[in-house]
Design a protein around this ligand. Structure first.
Ligand code: GDP
Length: 526
């Protein structure tokens, strides 16, 4: 494949994730985007599902359902000559590492806020992760059809609490709850929205010149212009460089359930958001997008289909072209990997990928030897840096209820560890029979026990441990800390030595007693 083709294919791709605090409207917006890109002809699956709440069991069911249709890991669609890859993030209320892994695989993120609630706990955490990893963020203020906050106040909140400067591209005409259209600050005109029945189809949009807008909207237009002028005076205008560096965030106003503001979001993504850029390898060297094929695994899904025990590894392509059936190299395994069964996930069906380009996500089945963060490549060897592991905050021992199933239990733990479902900690004190699991969010434990039972036929018992903090230490420090009250030490399966504590006080106490030991925060602490 010639390099100009790869460059052109990469340049027309937009790979992103929608992130938000639960309930802000992520599913609704995803559906609205699909509707606008004509992937679906009518919204209805999530639109108008009043009061739906993601709960633990809800999510488990969803994952099980994906055994039949793993539809939503990456939704790919064409729009105005571009290829859009929307990579799904887990929608459940629990905080998990999966979201961060997905963020490592996208070129930008769309942050969805609930216009009435503003910044919520997960909004803050997610903004923080994007900010620190330099991921450009487009902010969408959703549910503007409902009474909400004053838009300027909302912007203030963002700027003050997150230290990212909001630069609105559209400004609402009509207060929250009376959403009539937007002033498009980029194009200098007004867009009037028209409701459709139940928000099932694309909303009607009429473009008005400023003069006409004044007649159509009256005072609401004057107010929008006033807001726009205040922003301009304050310098809150879009700056491409600042946005790409993650220092400013363009803001759009929308009502996803009514499909208001969705056209503008798509336009902004195509026109302003970044295409795949060269990725840095483990040595910090960029690998050009037109270098030979390379990709890294950011998500593993297994046990979706109990009958087939399939392990699908999802990899994001960083460079080159991927052809179905190719045998590629697996950096960590040091062996070739046959991609005969590569799949691209499109809509509700598994579609077979023939060719894929930088920015695309490929699903590789029967990939049990691949782990999270692993690199695949052709041509010159490359290794991408590992995806950071997050500081666990929940700890529990796990053991097989039936000791005669111990072999299956152990195999299952090894598999789930490799997949990155949970971190596995070991110590001679606890022994092999009951390793300690460490998780960012408690729901990870449920996934572990459920999968051990379903896939390995091993019933397990969890015993929660009273720890909430982990710090990296040197392996030799483990002996020094042995037997000290309130601290326990482990070896994580990646070889890292960890000390875990019940709380900050205990950590401070122990570190005062042992000034010679460095208790290092884990790299990806949030
Ligand atoms: P998720 O948890 O972020 O995926 O949120 P959902 O897409 O499931 O939406 C949560 C709730 O908000 C549902 O009841 C939606 O119908 C509702 N919702 C989503 N977008 C809008 C909107 O633009 N306006 C209004 N009024 N409700 C919305």
């Amino acid at each position: 494949m010639s390099s100009p083709t790869v460059l052109a294919e990469a340049a027309r791709r937009r790979t992103f994730a929608v992130i938000s605090h639960p309930d802000a409207g992520k599913s609704t917006l995803t559906e609205a985007l699909a509707l606008h890109a004509r992937v679906i002809s009518e919204a209805g699956a999530t639109h108008g599902k009043a009061g739906r709440r993601a709960t633990v069991s809800d999510w488990m069911e969803m994952e099980k359902e994906r055994g039949i249709s793993i539809s939503s890991t990456a939704l790919q669609f064409e729009h105005r000559g571009h290829v859009v890859n929307l990579v799904d993030t887990p929608g459940h209320a629990d905080f998990s590492e999966d979201t961060y892994r997905v963020l490592s695989a996208v070129d930008f993120a769309v942050m969805l806020l609930d216009g009435a609630k503003g910044l919520e706990p997960q909004t803050l955490k997610l903004f923080d992760v994007c900010h620190r990893s330099g991921i450009p963020v487009i902010t969408v203020v959703n549910k503007w059809d409902r009474p909400g906050l004053d838009p300027l106040e909302l912007l203030d909140q963002i700027q003050q609490r997150i230290d990212i400067r909001p630069t609105p591209l559209t400004w609402p005409i009509g207060i929250a709850g009376d959403f009539r259209g937007v002033l498009d600050r980029r194009l200098g005109h007004a867009v009037e929205y028209e409701r459709t029945s139940g928000g099932a189809t694309i909303a009607g949009e009429t473009v008005h010149s400023p003069d006409d807008a004044s007649t159509v909207f009256g005072d609401a237009w004057e107010e929008a212009v006033g807001g726009h002028e205040l922003l301009a005076a304050d310098g809150a205008d879009h700056d491409p460089e600042e946005f790409l560096a993650g220092r400013t965030t363009p803001v759009l106003f929308a009502a996803a359930a009514l499909n208001f503001g969705v056209t503008q979001l798509l336009d902004v993504m195509l026109e302003l958001a970044p295409a795949p850029r060269p990725r840095l390898d483990a040595q910090g060297e960029p690998r050009a997008v037109d270098s030979p094929f390379s990709a890294f695994v950011f998500k593993i899904q297994a046990g979706m289909n109990t009958a087939h025990r399939d392990h699908v590894a999802f990899a994001r392509i960083c460079s080159g072209v991927f052809e179905r059936g190719e045998v590629v190299q697996h950096t960590q395994g040091g062996r070739p990997f046959a991609t005969k069964y590569a799949q691209n996930l499109f809509g509700r069906d598994r579609e077979t990928t023939d060719l894929a380009y930088p920015g695309d996500v490929i699903g590789l089945v029967n990939a049990s030897q691949l782990g999270i963060g692993d690199t695949l490549y052709l041509g010159p060897k490359v290794e991408y840096p590992p995806i950071p592991q997050f500081a666990p905050e929940h700890f529990a021992t796990i053991s097989a209820r039936d000791t005669s199933r111990f072999k299956q239990f152990r195999r299952g733990i090894e598999q789930l560890d490799r997949e990155g479902v949970v971190q596995v900690l070991r110590s001679t004190l606890r022994g092999d029979q009951s390793p300690v699991l460490a998780a960012v969010g408690p729901m990870q434990f449920e996934v572990v026990t459920d999968r051990l039972q379903r896939e390995f036929n091993a019933e397990t018992r969890l015993d929660f441990l009273p720890y909430t903090l982990a710090r990296r230490i040197q392996p030799a420090d483990r002996e020094t800390l042995a037997g000290i009250n309130g601290v326990e030490t482990f070896e994580r399966s990646d070889g890292t030595a960890l000390a875990v504590f019940s709380d900050r006080w205990r950590l401070q106490f122990v570190s005062r007693q042992h000034p010679d030991i460095t208790f290092e925060s884990l790299s990806a602490d949030v």
